[in-house]
Design a protein around this ligand. Structure first.
Ligand SMILES: O=C[C@H](O)COP(=O)(O)O
Length: 318
C-alpha cells in the first residue's frame, strides 16, 4: 500500500458546509454506466486488473478453517494457470489484493497463506461488524486482536448512530482510536452508506473518516439492504478528490457488497479512472470487496482465451 494518510484536525466548518447536488450525481452515475467498455484483449487486461484489486471475502456465520483455506488458495491463484499462460501472464504474480475474513478466522487465513509460501495480505473486518453496535472498548479490543493474529489490514465500521445524529466530533474521535489500535495495519473505514440516509451525510462521513486518518473509505459491509451503488461512489470519490486537493494525501476507495459480475467490475474501473485518474487504478488505492465476483471474471477470461463459456465446475472456486 502507499504512504499512509496521517489524517488532519477535524474541520467542522468544512463538514457543516457540505451540500450534495443529487440530480447532478445521478446524471454523472448514468453517464459512467453508459460509457463504452473495452473489448477483446483490452477487456481481458482490465479484467485481470480487476482481479488484482479484489479483497476476496468470506464473512459468513458458517466460516471454518477449511473454507478459509480454500479462499486463501483461490486468492493466491485466482485464475487457472493454463488460462494465464495463454495470455502470457502466468509469471506475473497475479493474485487478488487480499483475503478478507472475520477476526476469529484471521489466524486460519494467516496459517494457510504462510503454508502456501505467499505473502498475500489478510484483512479483517472488526469493530462489531456489521452493525458496530458493541461498546467502544470491545470494538477496540477486536481490532487489537485481529492485528495480533496477523491481519495487516482492518476494515472498521463506523458508528452510524453518531453520523445520523450529527455527532461528527465523536465519530472522528472513535475512528482516531481505531487508527491507533490498528498500529501498522492499514485501516479501511466502512461507511455503511445504505444506513446514512442522504448523499450529504455520505460526503460528510467520508470527509470525517479521512480527517481521522483512514487509509481507505469503503461503501458497505455487504449486509445492508443497499450496498455499493454508483451514485454513492461518485459522492465518495469526489470527497477523496477534495481531501487530496486540500491535504495532498491520497485515500483509497473500496466499493463492497453485491458486486457480482465482470461487467460491473469494468464499470467500477471506468468510474475510478474517470473520477480519480490512473493513480488510483491499482490495489494500493482501489479494492473491490466481493465474495462472489471472481467466479464471473474467471469465466469471462476463460471465454476470451477459449472462445467458449466454462461450466462453473470447470473453474475451481473458493
Ligand atoms: O466487504 C465485502 C463484502 O462483505 C462482500 O459482500 P458480497 O458478499 O455481497 O460480495
Amino acid at each position: 500500500m502507499s504512504a499512509r494518510n496521517p489524517g488532519t484536525k477535524l474541520d467542522l466548518e468544512k463538514i457543516f458546509k457540505v451540500r450534495v447536488n443529487t440530480q447532478a450525481v445521478l446524471k454523472r452515475a448514468q453517464q459512467i454506466q453508459g460509457q463504452k467498455i473495452p473489448k477483446k484483449q483490452w477487456q481481458a487486461a482490465w479484467l485481470l486488473r480487476a482481479v488484482t484489486c479484489i479483497d476476496l471475502t468470506t464473512l459468513a456465520g458458517d466460516d471454518t478453517p477449511s473454507n478459509v483455506h480454500r479462499l486463501c488458495l483461490k486468492a493466491i491463484q485466482p485464475v487457472r494457470y493454463d488460462l494465464l499462460k495463454k495470455m502470457d501472464m502466468h509469471d506475473k504474480g497475479v493474485t487478488t489484493a487480499a483475503v478478507c475474513v472475520y477476526p476469529s478466522r484471521v489466524a486460519d487465513a494467516v496459517k494457510s497463506i504462510k503454508a502456501a509460501n505467499s505473502s498475500l495480505p489478510v484483512a479483517s473486518v472488526a469493530t462489531g461488524f456489521p452493525a458496530g453496535q458493541t461498546p467502544l472498548e470491545t470494538r477496540l479490543q477486536e481490532v487489537r486482536m485481529a492485528v495480533a493474529d496477523g491481519a495487516t489490514e482492518i476494515d472498521i465500521v463506523i458508528n452510524r448512530m453518531l453520523a445520523l445524529t450529527g455527532q461528527w466530533e465523536a465519530m472522528y474521535d472513535e475512528i482516531r482510536q481505531f487508527r491507533e489500535a490498528c498500529g501498522d495495519a492499514h485501516m479501511k473505514t466502512i461507511l455503511a452508506i445504505g444506513e446514512l440516509g442522504t448523499l450529504t451525510n455520505v460526503y460528510k462521513a467520508s470527509l470525517v473518516a479521512m480527517m481521522a486518518g483512514s487509509d481507505f473509505i469503503k461503501t458497505s459491509t455487504g449486509k445492508e439492504s443497499v450496498n455499493a451503488t454508483y451514485p454513492v461512489a461518485i459522492v465518495m470519490v469526489r470527497a477523496i478528490r477534495d481531501y487530496f486537493l486540500c491535504t495532498g494525501h491520497k485515500v483509497g476507495f473500496k466499493p463492497a457488497g453485491g458486486i457480482r459480475t465482470a461487467q460491473e467490475s469494468l464499470v467500477w474501473l471506468t468510474l475510478i479512472k474517470e473520477e480519480l485518474g490512473n493513480d488510483w487504478l491499482c490495489p494500493r488505492m482501489f479494492r473491490l470487496g466481493a465474495s462472489s465476483l471472481l467466479a464471473d471474471i474467471e469465466r469471462q477470461i476463460y471465454h476470451h482465451v477459449t472462445g467458449q463459456y466454462a461450466a462453473y465446475h470447470e473453474l475451481p472456486m473458493a
